[in-house]
Design a protein around this ligand. Structure first.
Ligand code: ATP
Ligand code: MG
Length: 324
């Protein structure tokens, strides 16, 4: 059984969209998939059509093992789900001991059987829940849109995952970046992808997820992109991600192969040096908004491409609100 966490400290990078549609793709490949929603905001739970599950029928149960509560597993058409509950937010204040990062691992080992994949969706923050997910995991997927803030968030997340692997979970065998919301027409997207591939090499998945309107609308009523339009770009892309993941972690074998692609080129120091971030911030007021060229592969001095300058046309009056 593969335990896979989807996380990025930055919000809105496609974690929940990836959790839903990758799970659906894995299920279509014949895998039995359980999704655990560990985001207290519970967007995945809501998107799959469950409004507000009772706390005792939610992922809160993972952290209340003194009760005899049975796994709160909902069977959905695409996959099974342990939904989230807003009660997770209140519970978080009580989970302050160092050993409180072990609950999810223990629960999954004790109470979850019969699945090929357990996928955990997390919130955009380092919380006791995201740490629980990482401690329980064999593999981690970091969805990242090829833009400045998501890339910074993804690099910070990579550092967190590396730290958890070293100190808390040596069983964490693979961590991968997955590009989401890729727009092939945007030069900046190409530069950020080159930057990440140059720096992290095989740690970046070959498959990418392109922008796809069907992805953003399909999961509002409990369906996935495969129900909405199996020929949509999002369906094709998540099917490719599922195939790559299955090959990567050897899902058809009993043991995960050790991962040879853990480290970024240039060692484990903080991936984005503060001076780069500072330079990036000051470049916003720069009179010369030209993009830096992307670093070549495996250069230690890899620096982030600058943010795309705001186009002049953005400020032009548009639409009915500017007719006067
Ligand atoms: N490939 C895509 N193409 C178009 N829209 C997308 C794509 N992936 C995600 N989106 C949209 O982007 C928004 C953010 O996606 P999502 O909720 O999956 O991100 P998240 O990382 O889970 O966010 P949060 O940090 O708030 O949990 C959503 O409106 C979603 O529909
Ligand atoms: Mg989310």
């Amino acid at each position: 059984m593969l335990i896979l966490t989807v996380c990025n400290h930055k919000g809105g990078t496609g974690k929940t969209t990836t959790s839903i549609n990758l799970s659906a793709a894995l299920a279509l490949s014949g895998k039995r998939v359980l999704v655990i929603d560990l985001d207290p905001q519970g967007f995945l739970t809501r998107m799959m059509g469950l409004t507000e599950p009772a706390p005792e029928a939610s992922s809160l149960v993972l952290f209340k093992q003194d009760t005899d509560a049975r796994p709160a597993i909902q069977e959905l058409p695409a996959f099974d789900l342990i939904p989230s509950s807003p009660a997770l937010s209140a519970m978080m204040r009580k989970l302050t001991k160092p050993t409180d990062v072990l609950w999810a691992k223990e629960y999954i080992q004790k109470a979850i059987t019969g699945y090929d994949v357990v996928l955990i969706d997390t919130a955009a923050a380092v919380t006791v829940y995201s740490l629980n997910a990482l401690v329980a995991s064999d593999a981690v997927l970091i969805p990242v849109a090829p833009e400045y803030q998501p890339v910074v968030g993804a690099e910070q997340t990579f550092q967190t995952v590396t730290m958890v692997r070293k100190r808390l979970n040596p069983g964490l065998k693979a961590q991968r970046f997955l590009f989401t919301m890729v727009d092939g027409r945007k030069k900046n997207h190409r530069l950020y992808r080159e930057y990440m591939r140059g720096k992290y090499d095989a740690t970046v998945m070959s498959s990418i997820v392109r922008t796809c309107t069907t992805l953003s609308v399909s999961a509002r009523n409990g369906t996935t992109v495969f129900d909405a339009d199996p020929m949509a770009r999002g369906a094709i892309d998540y099917a490719n991600v599922a195939d790559e993941l299955i090959r990567l972690v050897g899902l058809d074998q009993t043991d995960l192969a050790p991962d040879s692609a853990h480290q970024p080129a240039g060692g484990e120091e903080m991936a984005v040096p503060p001076e780069t971030i500072q330079a990036e911030a000051s470049s916003e007021s720069s009179a010369s908004p030209e993009l830096k060229t992307s670093p070549g592969p495996n250069t230690e001095s890899a620096s982030l491409p600058e943010k795309e300058p705001v186009r002049e046309s953005f400020f032009r009056p548009r639409g009915p609100f500017h007719t006067s």
